[in-house]
Design a binder for this molecule. Sequence first.
Ligand code: ZN
Length: 198
Amino acid sequence: MANYFQEKLIAAGRLMFEKRLTDMCGGNISIRDGDTVYMSPRFSGQSYHWNLSAEALVVGKWAEDDMTKDAHFSREGWSHLYIYRNFPDVQAVVHAHPFHVMPFAAYGLPIEPVLESTQKFGVIKHCEAAPAHTQDLGHHVVAALQGLEDKMRKQAAAVIIPFHGIILAGQDFDKTLDALERIDENAYCLTVRKSLLG
Ligand SMILES: [Zn+2]
């Protein structure tokens, strides 16, 4: 039987994949329960097609490195652990490869808010580049999130990972997931701006 936190993650993975907010290549979601963190496993997209079960999730203490030795630990999970260690109020971390955000990640473009629903995120910027799956990337993500604590409290703070995707941190899992879709829609609006307005 999946507990509340596991159910949240499983449902979110399916939803993100269905809505093209992440892909088969990757993404990684986690939720914090006190000193414990539940996290999607490696190959959540490629092997599981985001059809996760409670047994497939990786669980451990966010303050320790033990869960990183689990064979199913996603190496993208380092960023999550570093976020929990540096921002004690964060309860949820969502890393994804959203369809409409990917061009902004690819070309180094910030995402300026053009919808009322995204004003609260401010201009979403890139962190310093580092190869995927490295602990260096985790440090760069934390550095880029510094100073965005007010956004985490409001809904979520977001950072674009160069050539890769996006990562969000928030105090509430559902609100953080909601932020992901808002930002993806905002990215779509930016993408079609020229074709609509000339
Ligand atoms: Zn990724």
